[in-house]
Design a protein around this ligand. Structure first.
Ligand SMILES: CC(C)(COP(=O)(O)OP(=O)(O)OC[C@H]1O[C@@H](n2cnc3c(N)ncnc32)[C@H](O)[C@@H]1OP(=O)(O)O)[C@@H](O)C(=O)NCCC(=O)NCCS
Length: 334
C-alpha cells in the first residue's frame, strides 16, 4: 500500500446548449471569424440564457459527477466552488449549490483565483482528503462569464464562454491521486485583468455603471506574455522536482484561454499533439471551468487511463499561477 492521496474518482460537466459562434459576434462588435480563430483558436462558445446563475450550472455539473459515481449528494462532506462570477458577493455560491443538490451533510466555501481557480480548489480540497478529515469532496469550477462581459469591448467579449465542471475527490492508497502542486500569486498583475467595480473599492453607483466598470477589463498582450512565461516556469518546476520530463507526461491539460499559449507550453515540453487536450475551439475561455471540461473532453476521446501521469496548468487574473501533477485513478465514464 502506498500513502493515502486524494484522487479524482468522478468527473461531471454542464455546458449550456445555446451556442454563440464567431459569425454571431461579427454582428455584435467589429471583429471577424478569421481574427478570433487565428489569434485565439476559438470558433464558438456556449452561453447560458440571460439570468441563469452560476450556482445552477455548478449544481448540474456536481450532480453529473455524483450520478456517474453512483453516490447521493448526502454522502458529500465538503463542496469547494471556484468562480469569479458568484451568484452574489455573499452568501457563497457553495452554500447555494449545497442547497440545490441536497448535500445535507456538507460544508463549503468559494475560492476566487480566476482562471487558476479550479487548480487552487483542487489542491485545497485534496488536503482535507489526504489528511483523513474528509472522504468525499466536490471540487467545482463554474463561471457565467457572459454576466460580466462588455458586449461593446471586442478585445474581451470574443474570448469567453459559460460552463461548469466538477470532480469528486476520494482517498486512494494505490499510488494514484494528487502527487504534487505548485502555486504562485503576483498581485502586481492585478491591474492587467480585473473587474474594477462592485466590491468595497468601487461599490456600485450610477457612476460605476456609466463608466462600464462592472465588466472585465484586460490588457491582453501583457497577460499573454506573462501567461506564456509562467506556463513554462511552473510546469518545468513541478516536473523537475519529481524527476520527470515532458516524455514522462501522458496527458497535459492546460487552462484554455488561448491556443497559442497552450501550444507554446506544449512545444517547450516537447509534447506531441496526442498528449495535449485542446477544446478551446468549442467552449472559449470558461475561466474556472476549462480544466474539468478539458478532462471531460479527454475522457470522451478515451485519452485518460488509470495510472497515467497527468499534468495540469493554469495562469489567471491576480496574477494567479498553478500546476498540479496527478497519477490518474480512473473514473466511470459512459
Ligand atoms: C486577447 C488576445 C487574444 C489579443 O491578441 P493580440 O495578438 O495580443 O492582439 P492585440 O491586443 O495586440 O491587438 C491587435 C489588434 O487587434 C485588434 N483587436 C482586438 N480585439 C479584436 C477583435 N475581437 N477583433 C478584431 N480585432 C481586434 C486590436 O484593436 C489591435 O488593433 P491595432 O493593431 O489596430 O491596435 C491575446 O492578447 C490574449 O490571448 N491574451 C491573453 C488572454 C488571456 O489569457 N486571458 C485570460 C487569462 S488566463
Amino acid at each position: 500500500m502506498s500513502e493515502r492521496r486524494a484522487a479524482i474518482t468522478a468527473v461531471g460537466t454542464f455546458v449550456p446548449q445555446r451556442v454563440l459562434t464567431n459569425a454571431d459576434l461579427e454582428k455584435v462588435v467589429d471583429t471577424s471569424d478569421q481574427w478570433i480563430r487565428t489569434r485565439t483558436g476559438i470558433e464558438r462558445r456556449h452561453v447560458v440564457e440571460p439570468g441563469t446563475p452560476t450556482s445552477e450550472i455548478a449544481a448540474k455539473a456536481a450532480e453529473d459527477a455524483l450520478r456517474r459515481r453512483g453516490l447521493a449528494a448526502s454522502e458529500v462532506d465538503l463542496i469547494v466552488v471556484a468562480t469569479v462570477t458568484p451568484d452574489m458577493l455573499f452568501p457563497a455560491t457553495a452554500c447555494l449549490v449545497q442547497e440545490r443538490i441536497g448535500a445535507s451533510h456538507a460544508w463549503g466555501f468559494d475560492l476566487s483565483a480566476a482562471c487558476s481557480g479550479f487548480l487552487y480548489a483542487l489542491t485545497t480540497a485534496a488536503q482535507f482528503v489526504k489528511s483523513g478529515a474528509h472522504q468525499r469532496v466536490l471540487v467545482i469550477g463554474a463561471d457565467v462569464m457572459t454576466a460580466i462581459l462588455d458586449w461593446q469591448d471586442r478585445s474581451t467579449c470574443v474570448l469567453f464562454g459559460d460552463g461548469a465542471g466538477a470532480v469528486l475527490l476520494e482517498p486512494r492508497s494505490d499510488g494514484t491521486g494528487l502527487l504534487d502542486f505548485a502555486h504562485e500569486v503576483d498581485g502586481s498583475g492585478a491591474c492587467f485583468l480585473h473587474m474594477p467595480a462592485g466590491g468595497s473599492l468601487h461599490p456600485a453607483s450610477h457612476q460605476t455603471v456609466d463608466q462600464r466598470l462592472h465588466f472585465i477589463k484586460q490588457q491582453g498582450q501583457h497577460v499573454y506574455k506573462y501567461a506564456v512565461r509562467k506556463f513554462a516556469e511552473i510546469t518545468e518546476r513541478v516536473l523537475l522536482r519529481n524527476d520527470l520530463t515532458g516524455t514522462d507526461v501522458d496527458l497535459f491539460v492546460a487552462h484554455q484561454a488561448n491556443i497559442r499559449i497552450i501550444e507554446a507550453a506544449q512545444h517547450r515540453m516537447g509534447l506531441p499533439e496526442s498528449k495535449v487536450v485542446k477544446n478551446i475551439h468549442e467552449y472559449g475561455n470558461t475561466t474556472a471551468a476549462t480544466i474539468p471540461l478539458a478532462l471531460a473532453s479527454a475522457l470522451d476521446q478515451k485519452r485518460l487511463h488509470p495510472h497515467d501521469t497527468v499534468l495540469l496548468a493554469a495562469v489567471g487574473a491576480g496574477f494567479t499561477v498553478g500546476s498540479v501533477l496527478l497519477r490518474w485513478s480512473g473514473v466511470p465514464w459512459d
